[in-house]
Design a protein around this ligand. Structure first.
Ligand SMILES: *Cc1c(COP(=O)(O)O)cnc(C)c1O
Length: 385
């Protein structure tokens, strides 16, 4: 099997698993306990916090552990929202559902949520953002890198606009962390969401970076863990694994970027060269190094996925979370794609363990499968593939 769905989840790194195991076996204590078990648990969490912070150039005290990207996003939106009832929140039409759904919920509770449009590459225009800020705006939340088409948003510019007006800026950086260099200090970010399982760590753990001086209200109340901002006994093994995944990602960042970029370009160029009537979606330059998103005219993406799976390639049409509900991608809709273009789309996301041979094999399989599907396509007459 060739795994090309690394934007949905990644394989846990061997060293990450090794680092976690002691905390699932002999080192099982509650980190809040006074005894040795507790102390060792606390120490392990502290070490992980330092590693997570280092990856984005934050301070350890600015890292709040959560159960993943979804909880981090909810904590940021609600956490700021609770402090600013009925205020305006600005986001974009192409955010992950883990932003859009909490935003819809905030609207029900009286918040004025503005969903910014994007251009055909999926880019938010900072000037449009600026025009939508008003006296009542408490928070701007724009994603760092899009999970479907891979477009990287103008985060530095957006952060500057927010800073000038004293408005808090959050970014869902789940897809960007570990894939491109991120320095929260240099970029001027106030809140940033990250998730472990997108960077070769375990599932069910993530973090919210909360800049020192920014105050949020907790959404989960209880025993007061994580400075009272996220109650519940810490998932020590997962946190340790996440810390290790961040350390590995930081130490290998430059190498991984060049490796993923090479694989991505090889795959993308070869597909565009060898298969007709294919377009590359998303911004060609401002793009995550692991993302290839394509439209094959006259092909149904779901059929394509099934055929690819049968032939040993694991891919996706876009966001893993929308597959269950079979709705047309809101991201491609916002980019102005036609129904046909949306239907024919495919996302291939490479990871650190993929090889050039796998890219060649994928193109070979894709070519055959696309030909098969096009031979029976209802659009056969309309297009000359
Ligand atoms: C995967 C993802 C999430 C959700 O993260 P989980 O840890 O799976 O909850 C949020 N935002 C983006 C952009 C993602 O890709």
């Amino acid at each position: 099997m060739i795994y090309l769905d690394n934007a949905a989840s990644t394989q846990i790194h061997g060293e990450v698993l090794d680092a976690m195991l002691p905390y699932l076996k002999e080192q099982f204590g509650n980190p809040s306990s006074i005894h040795r078990y507790g102390r060792l648990g606390q120490k392990a969490i502290g070490k992980a916090r330092k590693e997570v912070a280092k990856l984005i150039n934050a301070e350890p005290s600015e890292i709040l552990f959560t159960s993943g990207g979804t909880e981090s996003n909810n904590t940021a939106l609600r956490g700021i929202g609770k402090k600013n009832p009925n205020s305006r929140i600005i986001t974009s039409l192409i955010e992950h559902d883990a932003i859009l759904e909490p935003c819809k919920n905030l609207e029900k509770d009286g918040f004025d949520v503005v969903y910014l449009p994007v251009d055909k590459f999926g880019l938010v225009d900072p000037a449009t953002l600026e025009n939508n800020l008003n006296e009542n705006t408490s928070l701007v939340s724009i994603m760092f890198g899009n999970n479907e088409v891979g477009t990287i948003e103008p985060i530095s510019e957006i952060a500057k606009i927010c800073r000038k007006r004293n408005i808090i800026f959050h970014t869902d950086a789940v897809q960007a962390v570990g894939k491109i260099p991120i320095d929260v200090k240099e970029l001027g970010i106030d809140l940033l969401s990250m998730s472990s399982h997108k960077i070769n760590g375990p599932k069910g753990v993530g973090a919210l970076y909360v800049k020192n001086g920014i105050s949020i209200d907790p959404i989960i109340l209880g025993g007061g863990q994580e400075k009272g901002l996220r109650s519940g006994t810490e998932n020590v093994a997962n946190i340790v694994g996440f810390g290790k995944a961040c350390e590995i990602a930081r130490l290998n960042l430059v190498n991984n970027i060049s490796k993923m970029t090479e694989l991505r370009n090889h795959l993308s160029n070869k597909i565009l060269k060898e298969i007709s009537s294919v377009t590359l979606n998303g911004d060609p330059d401002k793009r995550l190094p692991n993302n290839v998103h394509l439209t094959f005219l006259g092909v149904n993406g779901e059929d394509l996925l099934i055929k690819l799976d049968e032939n040993g390639v694991a891919a996706s049409t876009g966001s893993a979370c929308s597959v269950h509900i079979q709705k047309a991608s809101h991201v491609l809709q916002a980019m102005g794609f036609s129904h046909e273009q949306i239907t024919g789309s495919l996302r291939l996301t490479v990871g650190i363990s993929n090889t050039i041979e796998e890219m060649d094999e994928t193109v070979k399989i894709l070519k055959t499968v696309v030909e098969e599907l096009r031979a029976v396509s209802p659009f056969k007459e309309k297009y000359s593939f």
